[in-house]
Write a protein that binds this ligand. Structure first.
Ligand code: SF4
Length: 368
């Protein structure tokens, strides 16, 4: 005791149980403690009457339940998107987005403050790298969205009195989908991200299904290979944006380090190893990468791969002059992909008026 506090949210359930056991307390208390935090949404040890007072005193001296406060909340005009600027204890600010679609709610969370990958069309890339997030800083973004849903939910008043507002198990519109598509490159912060994923998947914790967690990477090949080799059945989305090495390198600087041919090889390895479909994301930039030739090139590049392409009309950012493809261009692109046997979707654009769309998060920097 006496050193800096460790963060509760950095630890898995097994680690909490082992820690409590190392202090000579029954695992039963550790299980109750975990359930207070993740099931009941309690964020103070003092508010856990079923945990023995001596253990609570020890916990106060060893672990922190603090969560980053909300510095700013913005709501899109259509009411479908909420963006939260969270203030980390040492200064950086990150953004987390709640998106409502018909029949589902998705949390888009950040894995880093800033990003080192430098994609020119992305506001996070334009701000540069600040630091990696800890597992707890990733997990608490999801808990924050759970709290928001609880407050907004019609059944909020019907929940049991002891259930706090941020319980992921409270009777409200439940958060089931998490996308690691906010600020940062998740595979550049592999250990922390995977630890957070494991905590989020814990059936006695946030209980987010692995298939409902999607990790988006710009193409960090060692991370893709590692994910392929590990038993963590989350969904993988690779930001492709171009079908030739030269065009991709012009849009995505890391393509110089991890070339397109190698990237596709890693993707094929992932699909083969995991026996799971892979997603490719394609930011549609008018006149740049939305031509029929490029659509055919994608079809050829991904031939025989169990894949789906998600087309995302470019979202505006202050530091990039491109414009989004129109609906006709997107439809034409889709038809060509379909001709190659490649299913695709065009992502609904949400939250642009509050700079909460794909590639627009900038940790509180002014929207364009
Ligand atoms: S698109 Fe993703 S990887 Fe590229 S700079 Fe933005 S956050 Fe980083």
């Amino acid at each position: 005791m006496g050193g800096p506090l460790r963060h509760f949210y950095d630890l898995t359930r097994d680690e909490i149980i082992a820690l409590v056991a190392s202090w000579d307390f029954s695992p039963v208390h550790a299980v109750r403690l975990w359930s207070y935090v993740y099931h009941d949404g309690v964020d103070r040890f003092a508010a856990m009457p079923e945990v023995p007072a001596r253990l609570r005193a020890r916990l106060e001296g060893e672990l922190s339940l603090a969560r980053p406060p909300v510095a700013l909340e913005t709501l899109s005009a259509d009411g479908f998107t909420r963006k939260y600027l969270l203030a980390l204890a040492d200064g950086p600010r990150i953004e987390t987005v709640l998106m409502r679609y018909t029949g589902r709610v998705t949390a888009c969370i950040s894995s880093q403050a800033g990003c080192a990958m430098g994609c020119g069309f992305c506001a996070t890339g334009q701000m540069g790298f600040v630091r990696h997030l800890t597992p707890g800083e990733i997990v608490t973004q999801v808990l924050h969205i759970g709290r928001v849903l609880r407050r907004a939910g019609p059944a909020a008043a019907a929940g049991p009195a002891r259930v706090d507002s941020d319980s992921p198990h409270a009777r409200h519109e439940r958060l089931r989908n998490v996308v690691l598509m906010g600020m940062g490159e998740p595979l550049h912060n592999y250990e922390a991200v995977m630890r957070a994923v494991d905590i989020l998947r814990d059936q006695n914790g946030p209980a987010i299904g692995a298939k409902r967690i999607t990790l988006s990477t710009v193409g960090v090949i060692p991370g893709i290979v590692r994910l392929a080799d590990e038993a963590r059945p989350i969904q993988l989305a690779v930001s492709l944006h171009a079908a030739t090495q030269a065009e991709r390198a012009a849009l995505v600087p890391v393509a110089a380090r991890w070339p397109l041919a190698e990237l596709i090889k890693a993707c094929r390895y992932y699909v083969e190893k995991q026996q799971r479909r892979i997603f490719f994301e394609w930011t549609l930039i008018a006149g740049r990468n939305d031509t029929p030739e490029q659509a055919h090139a994608v079809g050829r590049l991904l031939r025989g791969l169990q894949a789906q392409v998600n087309l995302i009309p470019l979202n505006p950012t202050a530091g990039y002059g491109g414009v989004p493809s129109d609906r006709d261009a997107a439809r034409r692109f889709q038809e060509i992909l379909a001709g190659h046997g490649l299913p695709s979707t065009v992502r609904q654009r949400r939250g642009l008026d509050i700079a909460a769309g794909c590639g627009q998060l900038a940790g509180g920097a002014r929207p364009p």
